[in-house]
Design a protein. Structure first.
Length: 128
């Protein structure tokens, strides 16, 4: 990836399109937003694939992320709590728990930050 300077930040061109990045939200996505998004959506995508392989049909997966940052240490991200809301018919908690364990082990973004950012994943089942 190549990043080029622009007013208020940087940008890169990727296959999908242009990504504008800045510490100022008026000029682009903030770096911490991209970090949290990468971790949450990587986990969500892996979970989706695992559930498909387990032949567990879901209607929807939504992810809420709560972020803890340390202002005294460059406002670094210390903790991300992810809540997966999984909607479907007749979903079994023990099977979803197993899928969540496999998700954590197979999400490259979560594995990349282990030891520097605490990532906690929980889920709730919603009958669809």
């Amino acid at each position: 990836m190549k990043f080029s300077m622009k007013e208020g930040g940087f940008f890169t061109e990727v296959e999908y399109g242009r990504l504008d990045i800045s510490g100022d939200e008026t000029y682009g996505f903030r770096p911490y937003q991209l970090l949290v998004s990468s971790i949450a959506v990587c986990s969500g995508g892996v979970l989706r694939k695992i559930l498909e392989k387990m032949r567990i049909e879901v209607q929807d997966i939504s992810i809420s992320a709560d972020i803890t940052r340390n202002e005294e240490e460059a406002n670094k991200v210390e903790k991300i709590d992810l809540l997966f809301t999984i909607t479907g018919k007749g979903l079994q908690e023990n099977k979803i728990e197993k899928a969540m364990e496999l998700t954590r082990k197979n999400c490259s973004m979560v594995q990349s930050v282990i030891g520097s950012i605490e990532v906690n994943e929980t889920f709730e089942i919603k009958e669809g």
